[in-house]
Design a protein around this ligand. Structure first.
Ligand SMILES: [Zn+2]
Length: 143
Protein backbone atom coordinates (compact mmCIF):
# COMPACT_ATOMS: atom_id res chain seq x y z
CA UNK A 1 0.00 0.00 0.00
CA UNK A 2 1.33 3.41 -0.97
CA UNK A 3 1.13 6.45 1.27
CA UNK A 4 -1.82 8.69 0.49
CA UNK A 5 -1.04 12.25 -0.45
CA UNK A 6 -2.88 15.05 1.37
CA UNK A 7 -6.16 16.24 -0.11
CA UNK A 8 -5.48 18.36 -3.22
CA UNK A 9 -8.29 20.74 -2.25
CA UNK A 10 -7.67 21.43 1.44
CA UNK A 11 -4.41 19.68 2.37
CA UNK A 12 -5.97 17.44 5.03
CA UNK A 13 -5.06 13.75 5.46
CA UNK A 14 -6.90 11.21 3.33
CA UNK A 15 -8.12 7.78 4.35
CA UNK A 16 -9.28 4.61 2.68
CA UNK A 17 -12.91 3.70 3.23
CA UNK A 18 -14.30 0.20 2.66
CA UNK A 19 -18.05 -0.32 2.36
CA UNK A 20 -18.85 -3.67 4.04
CA UNK A 21 -19.60 -6.37 1.49
CA UNK A 22 -22.32 -8.01 3.55
CA UNK A 23 -24.83 -5.15 3.69
CA UNK A 24 -27.89 -4.42 1.55
CA UNK A 25 -26.52 -1.50 -0.41
CA UNK A 26 -25.71 -0.88 -4.04
CA UNK A 27 -22.19 0.17 -2.94
CA UNK A 28 -21.55 -2.95 -0.83
CA UNK A 29 -17.99 -4.16 -1.25
CA UNK A 30 -16.73 -0.93 -2.80
CA UNK A 31 -13.71 1.03 -1.63
CA UNK A 32 -12.74 4.65 -2.06
CA UNK A 33 -10.33 7.27 -0.71
CA UNK A 34 -11.84 10.24 1.09
CA UNK A 35 -10.49 13.47 2.57
CA UNK A 36 -10.90 13.55 6.37
CA UNK A 37 -12.00 17.18 6.26
CA UNK A 38 -13.77 18.27 3.08
CA UNK A 39 -15.18 14.93 1.86
CA UNK A 40 -13.47 15.09 -1.53
CA UNK A 41 -13.23 11.49 -2.69
CA UNK A 42 -12.32 9.15 -5.50
CA UNK A 43 -14.85 7.16 -7.47
CA UNK A 44 -16.02 3.89 -5.93
CA UNK A 45 -13.77 0.97 -6.81
CA UNK A 46 -15.49 -2.42 -6.86
CA UNK A 47 -12.56 -4.26 -8.39
CA UNK A 48 -9.04 -3.37 -9.49
CA UNK A 49 -8.52 -1.98 -5.99
CA UNK A 50 -4.79 -2.10 -6.55
CA UNK A 51 -5.34 1.19 -8.44
CA UNK A 52 -7.26 2.83 -5.60
CA UNK A 53 -4.39 4.72 -3.95
CA UNK A 54 -3.00 5.70 -7.31
CA UNK A 55 -6.32 7.18 -8.41
CA UNK A 56 -6.16 9.48 -5.36
CA UNK A 57 -2.46 10.29 -5.55
CA UNK A 58 -2.37 10.93 -9.31
CA UNK A 59 -4.76 13.86 -9.21
CA UNK A 60 -3.11 17.18 -9.80
CA UNK A 61 -2.39 19.03 -6.60
CA UNK A 62 -3.99 22.43 -6.22
CA UNK A 63 -1.51 25.19 -5.54
CA UNK A 64 -2.96 27.98 -3.45
CA UNK A 65 -2.60 31.72 -3.34
CA UNK A 66 -4.22 34.72 -1.74
CA UNK A 67 -6.07 36.70 -4.42
CA UNK A 68 -6.20 40.31 -3.37
CA UNK A 69 -9.04 42.09 -5.16
CA UNK A 70 -8.68 45.79 -5.58
CA UNK A 71 -5.01 45.81 -6.49
CA UNK A 72 -5.75 42.45 -8.20
CA UNK A 73 -2.62 40.75 -6.89
CA UNK A 74 -1.95 37.09 -6.23
CA UNK A 75 0.37 35.98 -3.43
CA UNK A 76 1.59 32.38 -3.48
CA UNK A 77 0.85 30.38 -0.32
CA UNK A 78 2.30 27.04 0.77
CA UNK A 79 -1.12 25.45 1.28
CA UNK A 80 -4.79 26.21 1.81
CA UNK A 81 -4.41 26.93 5.54
CA UNK A 82 -1.57 29.37 4.82
CA UNK A 83 -3.76 31.10 2.21
CA UNK A 84 -6.63 31.47 4.69
CA UNK A 85 -4.26 32.86 7.33
CA UNK A 86 -2.65 35.38 4.97
CA UNK A 87 -6.06 36.48 3.63
CA UNK A 88 -7.31 37.04 7.19
CA UNK A 89 -4.23 39.13 7.93
CA UNK A 90 -4.49 41.15 4.69
CA UNK A 91 -8.21 41.76 5.29
CA UNK A 92 -7.54 42.88 8.87
CA UNK A 93 -4.88 45.33 7.70
CA UNK A 94 -7.09 46.61 4.85
CA UNK A 95 -9.95 47.16 7.30
CA UNK A 96 -7.70 49.10 9.68
CA UNK A 97 -6.40 51.46 6.99
CA UNK A 98 -8.96 54.22 6.55
CA UNK A 99 -7.45 55.95 3.54
CA UNK A 100 -7.38 53.08 1.03
CA UNK A 101 -8.22 54.32 -2.46
CA UNK A 102 -9.58 50.98 -3.62
CA UNK A 103 -11.68 48.28 -2.05
CA UNK A 104 -9.24 45.62 -0.89
CA UNK A 105 -10.38 42.12 -0.01
CA UNK A 106 -8.34 38.92 -0.08
CA UNK A 107 -9.57 35.35 -0.40
CA UNK A 108 -7.93 31.94 -0.97
CA UNK A 109 -7.83 30.99 -4.64
CA UNK A 110 -6.15 28.61 -7.03
CA UNK A 111 -2.78 29.91 -8.22
CA UNK A 112 -3.30 31.07 -11.81
CA UNK A 113 0.19 30.17 -13.07
CA UNK A 114 2.53 27.21 -13.21
CA UNK A 115 4.01 25.27 -10.31
CA UNK A 116 7.36 26.90 -11.16
CA UNK A 117 6.00 30.46 -10.93
CA UNK A 118 4.25 29.51 -7.66
CA UNK A 119 7.53 28.30 -6.19
CA UNK A 120 9.31 31.46 -7.37
CA UNK A 121 6.63 33.68 -5.81
CA UNK A 122 6.81 31.75 -2.53
CA UNK A 123 10.56 32.38 -2.41
CA UNK A 124 10.50 36.07 -3.27
CA UNK A 125 10.37 38.88 -0.74
CA UNK A 126 6.70 39.60 -0.66
CA UNK A 127 5.27 43.06 -0.03
CA UNK A 128 2.04 41.71 1.40
CA UNK A 129 3.68 39.53 3.99
CA UNK A 130 6.00 42.40 4.94
CA UNK A 131 3.09 44.88 5.18
CA UNK A 132 1.12 42.50 7.38
CA UNK A 133 4.08 41.90 9.68
CA UNK A 134 4.91 45.63 9.89
CA UNK A 135 1.31 46.59 10.60
CA UNK A 136 0.97 43.89 13.27
CA UNK A 137 4.21 45.05 14.94
CA UNK A 138 3.07 48.69 14.94
CA UNK A 139 -0.19 47.71 16.57
CA UNK A 140 1.60 45.64 19.18
CA UNK A 141 3.98 48.54 19.89
CA UNK A 142 1.06 50.93 20.42
CA UNK A 143 -0.46 48.78 23.14
ZN1 LIG B 1 -10.02 17.99 1.56
Amino acid sequence: MTDLLPCPFCGSPAQRCDVPADIEDENAGASYIECSRCSACTALHFDRKENLERSWNDRAAIIWCAHVRGPDDVVACADYDAAVKLCDEINAVAKSVAHLDVMCIAYPAVWPGSAQSHAADLARDNGYRKAVVTNTREKTDEQ
